[in-house]
Ligand binder design. Structure first.
Ligand code: BES
Ligand code: ZN
Length: 589
């Protein structure tokens, strides 16, 4: 037996899956998927095959010729889930499993019509990263193995199904159901399997991109993301050809727990990005960057997750620099460095979760999700770039992507490649302190930006009476506002809150990054006039990036704890299982 991934039952001595044939039938009333999957194995084999599963009701397991195969849920762990062991008769290269998912399957968000923009149709979406694909299909749910897939998804008309795959036609039956077919020719790790079902329209954005959204939001989405082709073109000059044919976007309902998810060929995006000024496109740049760093070159296990997100944040900033200039990219960097500090303080000095390479055996990756792999990772990559110069680093990056494309690698494999291509650099940048040490090493590169300095000094002077003038703020972008608010004290007096809100109309902000930054201060200050807006945001938006700081700020004050619990009690049933779990941990409900 040789298990290599602490979050999967997959055994390296057993045959690997290569291709999935998936049939799914969506039942909005029961909140289940009835599924049939054919797992094609890399070679004919005999003996045990361990698959990952969680909360699946298995109905039958058969081989390619339809004969029943013995199977059992052999073992179960809280984080890993169920070990589904099937016993392959000699010569088996195909396993067919019929099953039904549970209504509480962690990967699935089932939305009532009132949680959508149109209000008339239900909506379903999946979120498989990091280890939730096993709640919708039994498989070797480790990023070390890749699969191609074909799928047929049957949904009630007039709903449309979309997946992280190419569309391959649809058929309508006489019972008012539509079967949507998909084909995914590029091999992906299972966490990139993705499905959404809803009343979806589409608008073309460019030669290889469109946006899917409900008819009520599709025009706004098309405007907000209109620049996507120029981002793809820039990314190609930086990182090499785009290998996934299409880069489509799917605008999710507000309950989506993340800002964006890089599902191949179809990035999922929160509607909180619709600021009306294209100021949140960094999220699109980020998910696009994953097309190279993450989806082409994948982390082998969640212990190596920083390879995925750290390189992607670095790549995201390179795209932003190309398309929007260095000033915007730098501002983004500073704002996210601030947010990283909040995570570092939360974990505490010396915490193992502040290392880039982690040991997450027995640990739920969702519970220790933070900006450490993102921003500490990106800082480390930047340090390497700085040590060898951009031209040489760009050649290294191309070689890295080229060498490991469509593969999944460990931190050790990356470090061996780094040493081979750029000998001595790892030691020179004190790499071991970054990769295997906790906290932020002190050789981090500073950001040099006059705009950043101006905003920061204004915020630092708050206690001594410094205030931004009209002229200051007229020139501020939303990101500068965000930075200013991040740097203000977490708790302000009523008079100060009133002044800020009345002068700058913050509670009425349409930009969620700015709004939530402000509402976090307001919540921490028990500023009563903002509470209705806080309640509104907490009851309609499921993005964890906003829920976590708001609930945390409310729970710091005894005066607002009851309010937080009351809002959560009302909103909990509408949250995605992931958001619900995260908030429950904060309000201790
Ligand atoms: N892949 C992540 C989202 C994710 C990570 C989901 C781990 C589940 C487990 C995605 O690329 C991401 O990082 N999204 C960010 C946006 C980004 C600009 C930092 C988000 O959702 O906020
Ligand atoms: Zn990411």
């Amino acid at each position: 037996m040789s298990r290599f991934d602490p979050h999967s039952w997959c055994d390296a001595d057993q045959p690997a899956q290569r291709h999935l044939d998936l049939e799914l039938s969506v039942d909005f009333v029961a909140r289940t998927l009835r599924g049939k999957v054919r797992l094609h194995l890399a070679q004919r084999a005999a003996g045990p095959l361990d698959l990952d599963a969680r909360s699946l009701a298995i109905e039958s397991v058969r081989n390619g010729s339809g004969a029943a195969i013995p199977w059992a849920i052999a073992e179960s762990e809280p984080v890993r889930g169920d070990r589904l062991r099937v016993d392959l008769p000699a010569g088996t290269d195909l396993v067919e499993i019929v099953y039904t998912t549970a209504p509480g399957a962690v990967a699935l968000g089932w939305l009532e019509p009132q949680q959508t923009a149109g209000g008339r149709h239900p909506f379903l979406f999946s979120q498989c990263q990091p280890i939730h694909a096993r709640t919708i299909v039994p498989c070797q749910d480790t990023p070390r193995h890749r699969v191609t897939y074909d799928a047929a998804v049957t949904v009630p008309a007039p709903l449309r199904a979309v997946m992280s795959a190419g569309a391959a036609g649809e058929t309508h039956d006489r019972h008012g159901r539509t079967t949507w077919r998909f084909r995914m020719p590029q091999a992906i790790p299972t966490y990139l399997l993705a499905l959404a079902v809803g009343n979806l329209d589409r608008r073309d954005l460019g030669p290889r991109s469109c946006v899917y959204a409900e008819p009520e939001t599709v025009e706004r989405a098309a405007w907000e993301f209109a620049e996507v082709e120029s981002m793809i073109a820039s990314a190609e000059t930086l990182f090499g050809p785009y290998e996934w044919d299409r880069f489509d976007l799917l605008l999710m309902p507000p309950a989506f727990p993340y800002g964006g998810m890089e599902n191949p060929r179809l990035t999922f995006l929160t509607p909180t990005l619709l600021a009306g000024d294209r100021s949140q496109v960094n999220v699109v740049a980020h998910e696009l960057a994953h097309s190279w760093t993450g989806n082409l070159v994948t982390n082998a296990t969640m212990n190596d997750f920083w390879l995925n997100e750290g390189f992607t944040v670095y790549a995201e900033r390179r795209i932003l620099e190309e398309v929007y200039g260095k000033e915007y990219a730098d501002l983004q960097g500073v704002v996210r460095r601030n947010a990283l500090q909040v995570n570092l303080d939360h974990f505490g000095k010396g915490s193992p979760y502040t290392k880039l390479r982690t040991d997450l055996a027995g640990v739920d990756p969702d519970e220790v999700y933070s900006l450490v792999p993102y921003e500490k990772g990106a800082q480390f990559v930047l340090l390497v770039e700085n040590a060898v110069g951009r031209a040489r680093f760009d050649r290294f990056l191309r070689a890295y992507i080229d060498t490991f494309r469509f593969r999944s690698i460990t931190t050790d494999e990356f470090l061996a490649f780094l040493e081979q291509e750029l000998p001595g650099v790892y030691a020179r940048v004190e790499g071991p302190r970054w990769v295997d040490g906790p906290d932020m090493p002190d050789n981090e590169l500073p950001v040099v930006s006059a705009r950043v300095d101006r905003v920061r000094s204004l915020a630092a002077g708050w206690a001594c009476g410094a205030r931004p003038t009209r002229d200051d703020v007229d020139a501020w972008s939303p990101t500068e506002w965000q930075l200013y608010l991040q740097d203000l004290p977490r708790q302000l007096g009523d008079g100060d809150c009133h002044w800020l809100d009345e002068t700058f109309r913050l509670t009425k902000q349409g930009n969620y990054e700015v709004l939530v930054e402000w509402l976090t201060i307001a919540a921490g200050s028990n500023f009563a006039p903002a509470l209705p807006r806080i309640r509104e945001v907490l009851s309609s938006v499921g993005r964890m990036k906003y829920l976590k700081p708001l609930y945390t700020a409310l729970m710091k004050n005894e005066a607002t704890q009851a309010f937080a619990r009351e809002v959560f009690a009302e909103a909990a049933d509408s949250y995605h299982p992931l958001s619900k779990g995260a908030v429950a941990g904060i309000v201790k409900a």
